[in-house]
Ligand binder design. Structure first.
Ligand code: BGC
Length: 763
């Protein structure tokens, strides 16, 4: 495990999945092929191609197959095995024109092997590791006959009340844009036409992460400069990387729902960005135009959506039912229909389905006997990536790493929580296959030490919340409370603590608390668990908090009570082993926060790259008439980019290759980073820039680059960043991307706040 080399795994996956394959059989060029096919299609067949149907109890399989054979369905989602999808593809092959179906699924952070949630992946700041997670997911999904994923989800999230914060890569435009590219390349490989690869569809276009108050599905009202500067670049990066699809957001943007937004879908996406792929609505979004108050009925909703350029309608009936009438009356011209059909067929062409409709379904005799067979999982890769995603937030008096000979009390409702380990949107992951923290620690200890477990508390004792979380999940209740009185459970945990050398408490959220439709007004660890932590603290034993959660939590008191805090997000199938690797020091943590942790909900938003203001608060000076809250510190609890290691690093002052930069030229900023501690370790060296004076207020700093480096104990290395005019550009009030002459600060550090600074002038 320790010697595992990510690159070797990546290469072996790539070669198995991509390079060893022969290219698909030659077809006429896409445009010619698709145009020719469209000419042969009836209107009903064309409309059929625009329907994306969810496989579920509401539509019996037999009926779906009939509809497919009649040419009335273009693709499905949520059916995830070859033997489920083959009969549907067979039905498509019985249809008049034999247009293949595609099969989609939400493969967000793994398919059968579950990797850390996206926010955790981002915390690794390790593009190879993130790419590896995407490659494995693509390979596994493709092996299960999936052609397209509704991912990556690159919505910038700056309000952790929003439950889907867990599903994205955090608050920062630059980091999320880098990851967007990596994920698209990972899913699609050298071509989405090849088995082993799947097509990406970046979502949720656009700005879904900025919903008002963090309330899911709410409105977004945002200045154009902020949109272009901060929120749109990740989608653009995914499209530039070749994402074959785009999923359109459920929210409105400055009053116009994304699903009917001509400016967003036509002017920006198609014309300005030149997107040539398929645009899919989100679930039921077309019919929701009525509730948004922009369509009076489903007929008008269908008309608005197709005119805006929504090619496929996900699971609502509007296109199927309304387009025939709209075409007949001439309200929707044939050309609108043909445009949409062209994109759907074009995407199928790009997925390799016209060359071979069974490209991912394969032959029945090759179907896996057991889709969940252990041999189909990629545990080593999951463990390697998961341990990179863990962020050490506090480690007083070297409480961590734990000694394997120690007597350890392991407590908390999440210590043995296989479902929660996987996080939300866990695709085809099987809870029974996930390694809990308890399992992981047991595996690591073998015959050594003692590990005593006590649950200590329920996730929450608030029955209304338990009911809500269980209602959210259709398959089985996810949160099952221990019926014992809270005090009995606490007493048991305290007893275990008293008999131990150290206490590890695994606390936080259930996975459903950080999910779609799981917005919160309060980001505290639930009361039942807070009471447990307080009781454990009172024992005087060293206390380690292992946090599981899908968003920043407000843990000011709990981090004071604890001696060490390890943020583990929801870390996936191999999470427990990865966490044990860090707890026992078999892996030195290197993760960094991809999102700011506020002290309280009242501080939100706390993103680090806020604009400069006229009356900034200066730490150490009186706060009167400055921008702050007088009842709490102005700083967040943990800043963006923060994360500790079991070793220490120092960063030298920043040296610049020049004090001026000519347009078109480059300069180099360098620091010497030294591992001043006793262990080898990795850290992330972060480059921030500030445009000191410009034609409009600019952020106090913005991440512009980073490097994750490994240094042996005592080793030092020079880390260099090249800076050019592009790094200095921003969208001005005319929405032109410009670099304005003047002074720029260069800040380099190991988090966004603790930095070394120098400055130069752009001539
Ligand atoms: C979500 C999408 C998801 C879709 C299909 C919707 O509720 O907003 O992100 O891709 O469901 O599962």
């Amino acid at each position: 495990m320790k010697n595992m080399c990510l690159l070797a795994i990546a290469i072996s996956l790539t070669s198995q999945a991509v390079w060893a394959q022969t290219p698909p059989a030659p077809l006429p060029k896409k445009d010619v092929f698709v145009a020719d096919l469209i000419k042969q299609m009836t209107e009903a067949e064309k409309i059929g191609q625009l329907r994306l149907i969810s496989i579920g109890p509401e539509m019996p399989r037999e009926m779906i197959r009939k509809e497919i054979a009649a040419g009335h369905i273009g693709g499905t989602f949520n059916s995830i095995s070859r033997d489920e999808n083959r009969p549907m593809q067979d039905a498509a092959m019985r249809s008049r024109l034999k247009i293949p179906m595609f099969f989609a699924y939400d493969v967000i952070h793994g398919h059968r092997t579950i990797f850390p949630i996206s926010l955790g992946l981002a915390a690794s700041w390790d593009m190879d590791a993130i790419g590896l997670s995407g490659r494995v997911a693509a390979k596994e999904a493709s092996d299960d006959s999936i052609d397209l994923t509704f991912a990556p989800m690159v919505d910038i999230a700056r309000d952790p009340r929003w439950g889907r914060t867990s599903e994205g890569f955090g608050e920062d435009t630059y980091l999320v844009s880098r990851i967007a590219k990596v994920m698209v390349h990972a899913y699609q490989g050298v071509s989405p036409a090849l088995p082993g690869n799947i097509m990406a569809s970046v979502k949720h276009f656009a700005l879904y992460g900025a919903v008002e108050g963090g309330r899911d599905y709410n409105t977004v009202d945002m200045s154009l400069t902020r949109m272009f500067q901060d929120y749109l670049p990740p989608y653009h990066a995914a499209i530039e990387a070749g994402s074959g699809g785009v999923m359109v957001a459920l929210n409105s943007i400055n009053g116009v729902p994304a699903t009917s937004n001509m400016w967003l879908m036509q002017d920006l996406l198609r014309k300005e960005w030149g997107f040539k792929g398929v645009a899919v609505s989100d679930h039921g979004a077309i019919i929701e135009l009525i509730k948004h108050g922009v369509a009076k009925d489903s007929r008008e909703a269908a008309k608005l959506a197709i005119k805006a350029g929504i090619d496929m309608s996900m699971n609502d009936k509007a296109y199927g039912e309304e387009l025939p009438g709209l075409l007949k009356s001439g309200e929707v011209p044939q050309s609108d229909l043909d445009n949409a059909v062209r994109e759907v067929l074009g995407a199928k062409y790009d997925m390799g389905l016209f060359a071979d409709p069974y490209v991912r379904i394969g032959k029945a005799e090759d179907d896996p006997v057991d889709v969940n067979a252990e041999s189909r999982l990629h545990r080593a890769e999951a463990r390697e990536v998961a341990r990179k995603s863990l962020v050490l937030l506090k480690n007083q008096s070297e409480t961590l790493p734990l000694k394997k000979q120690a007597r350890i009390a392991l407590v908390g409702p999440l210590a043995k929580a296989p479902i929660d380990m996987m996080g939300s949107w866990a695709a085809a992951g099987v809870p029974a296959q996930s390694v809990t923290v308890y399992d992981g620690m047991r595996n690591a200890l073998g015959q050594q030490g003692t590990l005593t477990y006590a649950r200590g508390a329920n996730i929450t004792d608030d029955q209304k919340i338990v009911d809500y979380l269980n209602f959210l999940n259709f398959d089985a209740p996810e949160v099952t409370n221990d019926p014992r009185p809270a005090q009995v459970m606490i007493d048991e945990a305290v007893k275990a603590a008293q008999q131990a050398d150290v206490v590890v408490a695994v606390v936080g959220e259930s996975r459903g608390m950080s999910h779609e439709s799981s917005s919160r007004t309060d980001l505290d660890i639930p009361a039942s668990q807070r009471a447990l932590i307080t009781a454990l603290k009172a024992t005087g034993k060293p206390l380690v908090l292992v946090l599981m959660n899908g968003r920043p939590l407000t843990i000011d008191l709990q981090q004071q009570q604890a001696d060490a805090v390890l943020e583990t997000w929801f870390s996936g199938t191999e999470g427990g082993n990865a966490i044990a690797d860090v707890l026992f020091g078999d892996y030195n943590p290197s993760g960094k926060l991809p999102i700011t942790f506020p002290r309280s909900v009242g501080q939100i938003p706390t993103y680090y790259s806020h604009l400069s203001i006229g009356r900034p608060f200066t730490p150490g000076k009186p706060g009167n008439y400055t921008s702050q809250y007088f009842d709490a510190p102005n700083t967040p609890l943990y800043p963006f980019g923060f994360g500790l290691s079991y070793t220490e690093f120092s960063v030298s002052p920043v040296s610049l290759s020049a004090k001026t930069l000519k347009p078109g030229a480059k300069l180099t900023a360098s620091v010497t980073v030294k591992n001043t501690g006793k262990r080898d370790g990795e850290t992330v060296v972060q480059l921030y820039l500030r445009d000191v004076t410009a034609s409009m207020s600019r952020p106090v700093k913005e991440l512009k680059n980073f490097q994750k480096i490994m240094l042996k104990a005592g080793e030092e290395n020079v880390v260099q960043f090249s800076i050019d005019e592009d790094d200095l550009k921003f969208y001005n009030t005319q929405l032109k991307s410009v670099a304005e002459p003047g002074e720029f600060d260069v800040q380099i550090g190991l988090d966004s706040q603790n930095v070394q600074q120098n400055s130069f002038e752009l001539l």
